[in-house]
Ligand binder design. Sequence first.
Ligand SMILES: *[C@@H]1O[C@H](CO)[C@@H](O)[C@H](O)[C@H]1NC(C)=O
Ligand SMILES: *[C@@H]1O[C@H](CO)[C@@H](O)[C@H](O)[C@H]1NC(C)=O
Ligand SMILES: *[C@@H]1O[C@H](CO)[C@@H](O)[C@H](O)[C@H]1NC(C)=O
Ligand SMILES: *[C@@H]1O[C@H](CO)[C@@H](O)[C@H](O)[C@H]1NC(C)=O
Ligand SMILES: *[C@@H]1O[C@H](CO)[C@@H](O)[C@H](O)[C@H]1NC(C)=O
Length: 430
Amino acid sequence: MRFTSICSLILTCVCCVSATIFQNSQERITNYPNTVIDTVGYQFQKYSPDAPELSYKGRWDSKHLSWWSAPGLKFGFTGKQVAITFGLLTTDKTLIAYRIDGQDWQLTNVTTGATHLLVSPSTPGIDLTGPISPSTFEMRVTNWAYGVQIDSVYVTKGDKLIELPNFGRSIEIIGDSLSSGYSATLEGVSSYAYGLAAGLGDTEYSITAYPGICAFDKVCWGNRRGMFYQWWYTSDVSPRASEIYGDKPERWNFSKNAAPDIVVVNLGTNDANAANNVTSEGYVAQYTMLVQGVHAVWPKAQIILISLWNGFDAVGNTYAQGSAWKSEIYSIYEYFNSPSYLENPVLYDPVKNVTYNANEPSSPFVHYFNTTGIMQHNDIGPKWHPTDVGNIKLASHLIQYIKMKFNWILYSTGPEVYHQTLYWNDQDTY
Ligand SMILES: *[C@@H]1O[C@H](CO)[C@@H](O)[C@H](O)[C@H]1NC(C)=O
Ligand SMILES: *[C@@H]1O[C@H](CO)[C@@H](O)[C@H](O)[C@H]1NC(C)=O
Ligand SMILES: *[C@@H]1O[C@H](CO)[C@@H](O)[C@H](O)[C@H]1NC(C)=O
Ligand SMILES: *[C@@H]1O[C@H](CO)[C@@H](O)[C@H](O)[C@H]1NC(C)=O
Ligand SMILES: *[C@@H]1O[C@H](CO)[C@@H](O)[C@H](O)[C@H]1NC(C)=O
């Protein structure tokens, strides 16, 4: 049965933060620099975690603790040093990616309660000035289940943080393990969801994706709630969220981030697994209400429903792409584009858990993205998820789809998006 192995994987992976990264069974070298410092002897200007100069990306809670996939922190700074103290709720050893300006990502494992010097006079590119000005610092958490807590941020005494304006457009991806980068080499920052958003360039993004989650609100692979419920909350369905918030998570305040222009939904692969026992009617009903809710909070957002490839099978002497909820997802797309819906749209209120009528017509806002033919059987790794190459293919097709359908300009024209994908044949003269 497809995806049955995910369950045990998720449950076991949660315990072992310093798991080895494997590429085709070869250990990937992960001796990332240890950036922990003793702050004694440094002359720092200290900022609190709610300093207005700090821009949190994705979902962070009132304790400045990060959730979901690839949450980030970004700010401008002067000088040649940036340090961050990570709070006591930080998952020890969490791998973060961080960069300055248009330089490549760097990686380091974060230690709970420690101060990390992430930018120093020896950081590559620190002496270069412009065209990006002021200098920017950006950080992303790579693993979906782990989080970091910002306790304080420092620059050199006499230097300062600078608030950066948000980019003028924004995108949200709502999904499960397939969107969170599960089993991709650098997880969240190897996912198609990250590659789509970062690859478009100059686009804010939030990836509310968590492995094993169903669209339907029920226990799936040990996750206590489905996306129909959890999407309205700041924290995800990880064991650390249960430890910290029990069954009383903080509601997400949608005015904290700019409203996205585009929302991508990739949900249902876990619902489709017989082990999770979700009915076709239940899936369609709650997926539909989730989209009605997204339309209620973000009435101008264009919503793209992704068809599910659900793996590949050997068929006779070749291979064929699978599928799941094919007619269901297409019927949801048709429902939102029907004249009766558009004349008087139905919206969803998560607080009261009821639908209601907008009493005001809408133009079409739901789109269908057909994934058939984008990946092939060897773009799926042995853990049932896209390989790095599979993620890149899907991201690239989505980027082109969005460019053509919504006239989006591709602003990312040089700086690295995917890290550690520079492999090629260096024996070209044989
Ligand atoms: C850093 O994180 C990576 C990814 O989780 C892990 O493979 C590695 O063992 C960690 N390194 C240390 C020193 O904890
Ligand atoms: C939601 O966030 C906005 C912007 O940060 C803030 O002004 C508002 O007070 C918040 N609302 C609640 C209920 O916390
Ligand atoms: C699946 O749902 C049906 C109908 O509610 C129920 O009868 C059955 O016991 C469930 N099976 C499992 C494995 O939970
Ligand atoms: C919300 O409403 C739906 C459909 O009316 C129902 O299936 C679901 O159980 C409700 N959820 C909660 C948490 O009450
Ligand atoms: C998706 O694409 C495949 C391959 O081109 C095609 O057979 C299928 O009909 C498409 N599905 C929809 C709903 O358009």
